[in-house]
Ligand binder design. Structure first.
Ligand code: 5RP
Length: 228
């Protein structure tokens, strides 16, 4: 049998995530190619949910195009579940996110939710965070200062570009991608970087870690439960 492609694994976990959607409620929706599979699957049960809170303009557009109502995060007190992908996830549910530049809104929607369901193909599971260049959303005037602070701790930060220009996030800010970091203690690291002036959001999700990961593997979808 031919092994499933990465795209097929993403479809599998996107569909598997439907089991966590609570009928009658609003669901938190992340951003990225894996989440797009989830959104497509969610369209099949759109009449059973109230709608979604979205973490990016891209996801909002996809949700609306499929006829799913999108609520402003300010109009929602809490969510039972937030479903999103990751660039890396470790054995404790800590993640690196932001490859799609949506990390700030992702962290906000995740903070509203009781449960974070991460959907990912098995290439995202790592022993320790730090191989994927760490996305950090920054206020543009602070970018070089923050890059120097990362250099002092052994990291190499580069400004993310789009079409040769600095990428501008949904929040009007820039992204630094930082290579070469060692993130031994994700909770402490996230707290530390969040203190730096000009940092909007660091792409380590340890305070808002995953409760569960649905991991797409050659053997099917594995459920990693981090809540215990
Ligand atoms: C976007 C994210 C995504 O969840 C992450 O980049 C994974 O994306 P994909 O599912 O396309 O691999 O954090 O900011």
């Amino acid at each position: 049998m031919t092994p499933l492609t990465q795209d097929e694994l993403k479809t599998l976990v996107g569909q598997a995530a439907l089991q966590y959607v609570v009928p009658g409620e609003i669901v938190g929706v992340g951003t990225g190619s894996t989440v797009n599979k989830f959104i497509d699957a969610l369209a099949g049960m759109k009449d059973q949910i109230k709608g979604a809170v979205s973490s990016s303009v891209a996801s909002t557009e996809r949700l609306k195009a499929l006829g799913i109502a999108v609520f402003d995060a300010n109009d929602v007190e809490s969510l039972s579940v937030y479903i999103d992908g990751a660039d890396e996830i470790d054995g404790r549910g800590h993640m690196v996110k932001g490859g799609g530049a949506a990390l700030t809104r992702e962290k906000i929607v995740a903070a509203l939710a009781t449960r974070f369901v991460c959907i990912a193909d098995e290439s995202k599971l790592v022993q320790a965070l730090g191989q994927f260049p760490l996305p950090v959303e920054v206020i543009p005037m602070a970018a070089n200062h923050i890059a120097r602070r990362f250099a002092a701790m052994g990291g190499e930060a580069s400004l993310r570009l789009k079409d040769g220009q600095p990428l501008v996030t949904d929040n009007g800010q820039h992204i630094l991608d930082v290579k070469g970091l060692s993130i031994a203690d994700p909770l402490a690291f996230e707290s530390q970087i969040n203190q730096w002036p000009g940092v909007v959001t660091v792409g380590v999700f340890a305070h808002q870690k995953a409760s569960v990961c649905l991991l797409g593997t050659a053997q099917g979808v594995k459920t990693l439960d981090y809540s215990r």
